[in-house]
Design a protein around this ligand. Structure first.
Ligand code: MTE
Ligand code: HPA
Ligand code: MOS
Length: 774
């Protein structure tokens, strides 16, 4: 903190201010891509896609499409002047438009531009597509058998887990299948391209990663990055689905603009969006574990296999993050974690809130429940016995020391505040007297690593202007997707100048103001962009201070910014007045800011280092009720205790915690993706894919921010990231449903409930237990 801020209390930071767009969101005035006034001559783009999962294109006859009334241009792979590739990590393994081989049903083959969206869409149906079908690999098991990977298998290892498991007093092994998840952002993928002079392109995109959209558009056009500007005012939700996968649609509009000289726009409808964009990775997890009679893990072997789809996309880092979270909050003395990244002829899976972390955690949480069932212990006791902490029990499988392990304290507090012990007894007696309806309860912790695991990506920039009337213009590389990043950064900027937050104009993210940014992802948006903005503000404050000191012959230490005013010795003047004087005195009132996360490093070869600046923690207790005749469940009560350090904005953070939990519960209970034997996604609309709605919110929902939270690392105002971690609190729901099933089979092993725990799957699990309960 600068001197001024140290001596004056914060005004805006830590306040529960409303989201800057809250009113606009609910009144329909917030502008999304499809709300931007359409420029004259605009063309609407629709995409023709493959109807086979794997095949060789023999012939693409698009004459009928071209002749359809209203069609202005039809674009194929041959019409791309630059590089035909949308891969985010330079893997060059995913074409924008398929040139010869198609790799999934829904892959883009050609784009049609017409005077109306309806015409473009109808015209597509007149394509004659001749594709020679090739054998398709559609699932994890087939890909594993064929060793079909998008990225080489990877391993983390400490000690000789094999020997330790063999020598342990108790041993268990098991398998768990986890489904994927569609992002179901309310605003689907969308982009608008307005061509500029000299063939430059102005793109309005619904993207978490404007810099990457800029780069990919430029490379498809065969132009340098400086020929393309990408602007993102906001997204109507993203959840990771627009980290890489917004680029393709922006690129198609740019190609149309390039060939026609006219503006072009695309907006995927829900079905097309679900069919043609990647999702959360589904996983198969296998474990073998050796433990002592208290349930403490001594050695463990975890095998993670995920369906990545037809290209790498972000599957490398996502599966790495799954490995990084395979310990969750538990110390695993001898451990081996292997990860297989399966290549399949399905849409390329991508980032989704938690980025592999949720899948990794589900594995170890199942192990905890399995150990408890085996030993006849309360699962909470087993979890507590395994937590990090105590002599020599604080190093992760990737050799990072857990420095601020607050989980024991948090779990203790949540156990008491949720009345866990009493409720366990109540549930036991309820289940004894109730034959059809059964209840279950589970308390699970979350420990989530904050930082991009690729160290390079942990950098951010900002641009701050103070205009001569004292109003402030704020810009940074982060994007707003509803998570409240913009208001948080504005609060930090307001405090840096000690002015009212209303003075700070929040502006759209644009590659023209802050270049070379990282995606707004890994929950690090506010950690990094607020720091970069603060860095810019301090430069301006420093110049203003130096100017005032000289003009009024006062020591710099006698100058304080305070409540929209500046104290200069005994003089007190409005902030705006000093700004005007500084301008007249020819002082620069604009500055860029930069931040790079300190302390982090990681060597992937040896799988050792400190990939995360810090961990964010939380815990949840969920109580469910299941109907053992229908398989349905309801969430009776959920208690959450979540840590956000010193909250930058408790109102926003509460929204993230509640929303994250509900989204996680959707993933684990109702949201089911189903592909048929031909590789066609058959759940591609809300009629067949059930996301949580308001009636799915727990009947009693008690959410608390951990009051003693304070980041021991020097993050912005000692806050912690909040975007992703709360999603994983919902693991308690899945575990509680499994406990309810287990109550039907006292003394048995843990039921093999997979995810999502749909009514069908709950019934199948009960049936399997009835057939072989041990
Ligand atoms: N909250 C809302 N309302 N909408 C979103 O799309 N995305 C989540 C999370 N919370 C998302 C959200 C994901 S995946 C991430 S990584 C973070 O927000 C990104 O923003 P942050 O880094 O500013 O927290
Ligand atoms: N988290 C989220 N997004 C990412 C990451 C990560 O660790 N790495 C690359 N993109
Ligand atoms: Mo979030 S999955 O890191 O975009």
């Amino acid at each position: 903190m600068n001197r001024e801020s140290k001596s004056r209390p914060a005004m805006a930071v830590h306040q529960a201010l409303a989201h800057d767009s809250a009113i606009k969101h609910v009144t329909g005035q917030a502008i999304y891509i499809d709300d931007i006034l359409e420029p004259r001559g605009i063309l609407h783009v629709y995409v023709g896609t493959s109807t086979v999962a794997h095949g060789r294109i023999r012939h693409l006859d698009l004459d009928g499409v071209r002749q359809f009334p209203g069609v202005v241009a039809v674009i194929t792979a041959a019409d791309i002047p630059g590089v035909n590739d949308i891969s985010p990590m330079h893997t060059l393994d995913e074409e924008l438009l398929a040139s010869s081989i198609v790799h999934f049903r829904g892959q883009a083959l050609f784009a049609v531009a017409a005077s109306s969206r309806d015409a473009a869409r109808r015209a597509c149906k007149h394509a004659k597509v001749d594709i020679e079908e090739l054998p398709a690999v559609l699932d994890i098991e087939t890909a594993m058998a064929q060793q079909a990977w998008v990225d080489a298998p990877h391993e983390m290892k400490r000690g000789d887990s094999e020997a330790v498991i063999a020598g342990a007093q108790h041993r268990l092994e098991g398998e768990l299948w986890l489904g994927g998840q569609d992002h179901f952002y309310l605003e689907g993928q969308a982009a608008l391209c307005v061509p500029q002079e000299d063939g430059d392109m102005m793109i309005f995109s619904s993207s978490q990663h404007p810099s990457e959209v800029q780069h990919l558009v430029a490379s498809a056009l065969g132009r340098p990055d400086n020929a393309v500007t990408v602007e993102v005012r906001r997204m109507g939700g993203a959840f990771g689905g627009k980290e890489t996968q917004a680029a393709q649609w922006a690129m198609l509009t740019a190609l149309v603009a390039h060939h026609t000289g006219r503006p072009a726009k695309i907006r995927l409808d829900r079905d097309d969006d679900m069919i043609s964009t990647g999702k959360r990775h589904d996983f198969r997890i296998r474990y073998r574990v050796g433990f002592d009679s208290r349930g403490r893990v001594e050695g463990i072997d975890l095998e993670l296999a995920s369906r990545c789809g037809m290209s790498a996309d972000l599957s490398g880092p996502i599966n790495d993050r799954a490995m990084f979270h395979s310990d969750n909050g538990y110390y695993l003395p001898a451990v081996r974690i292997r990860s297989y990244r399966c290549r399949t002829h399905t849409v390329s899976n991508t980032a989704f809130r938690g980025f592999g972390g949720p899948q990794g955690m589900m594995g170890i949480e199942r192990v905890m429940d399995a150990i408890a069932a085996e030993l006849g212990l309360d699962p909470l006791q087993v979890r507590l016995a395994n937590l990090y902490g105590g002599e020599g029990r604080d190093v992760t499988p990737y050799y990072m020391t857990v420095e601020d392990n607050i989980l024991p304290e948090m779990l203790d507090e949540l156990t008491r505040s949720s009345d866990y012990a009493q409720r366990c007894e109540d549930i036991l007696s309820f289940n004894q007297s109730s034959t059809v309806i059964k209840r279950g309860i589970a308390l699970t912790p979350v420990k989530f690593g904050i930082s991009f695991t690729n160290t390079m990506l942990n950098q951010a920039g900002a641009l701050v202007h103070v205009y001569k009337d004292g109003s402030i213009h704020l810009n940074h590389g982060g994007t707003e997707m509803g998570q409240g990043l913009f208001i948080k950064v504005a609060q930090v900027v307001a405090d840096a100048f000690r002015v009212d937050v209303g003075r700070v104009k929040i502006t759209a993210t644009t590659t023209g103001k802050v270049p070379n940014t990282s995606a707004t992802a890994a929950s690090s948006g506010s950690d990094m962009n607020a720091m970069a903005a603060l860095n810019a503000c301090r430069k301006i404050v420093k110049r203003l201070t130096a100017f005032a000191a000289e003009k009024y012959a006062v020591a710099k230490s006698e100058i304080h910014f305070d409540h929209d005013e500046v104290l200069i010795g005994d003089l007190r003047k409005p902030f705006s007045e000093l700004v005007m004087e500084a301008w007249q005195g020819r002082v620069s009132l604009s500055a860029t800011g930069f931040y790079r996360t300190p302390k982090i490093h990681y060597d992937r070869e040896t799988a050792r280092g400190r990939p995360f600046f810090y961990f964010a923690y939380g815990a949840a207790v969920s109580e469910v009720e299941i109907d053992t005749l229908t398989g349905e469940h309801c969430l009776r009560r959920v208690d959450i205790l979540h840590e956000v350090g010193q909250s930058l904005n408790p109102a926003i953070d509460m929204g993230q915690i509640e929303g994250g939990f509900v989204q996680g519960a959707g993933w684990l209970t109702t949201e089911e993706l189903w592909w048929d034997e031909e590789g066609a996604l058959r759940t591609h609309a809300p009629s067949t894919y059930k996301i949580p709605v308001s009636s799915d919110v727990p009947q009693t929902f008690k959410v608390e921010i951990w009051k003693r939270g304070k980041n021991r690392e020097a993050t912005i105002n000692r806050s912690k990231a909040v975007g992703e971690p709360p999603l994983m609190l919902a693991i308690s729901v899945h575990s509680a449903i499994n406990q309810a099933i287990a109550s039907l089979f006292p003394g048995s092993c843990i039921p093999p409930l997979d995810a999502p725990a749909t009514p069908e799957r709950v019934l199948m699990c009960i049936k399997r237990m009835r057939q072989s309960p041990v």
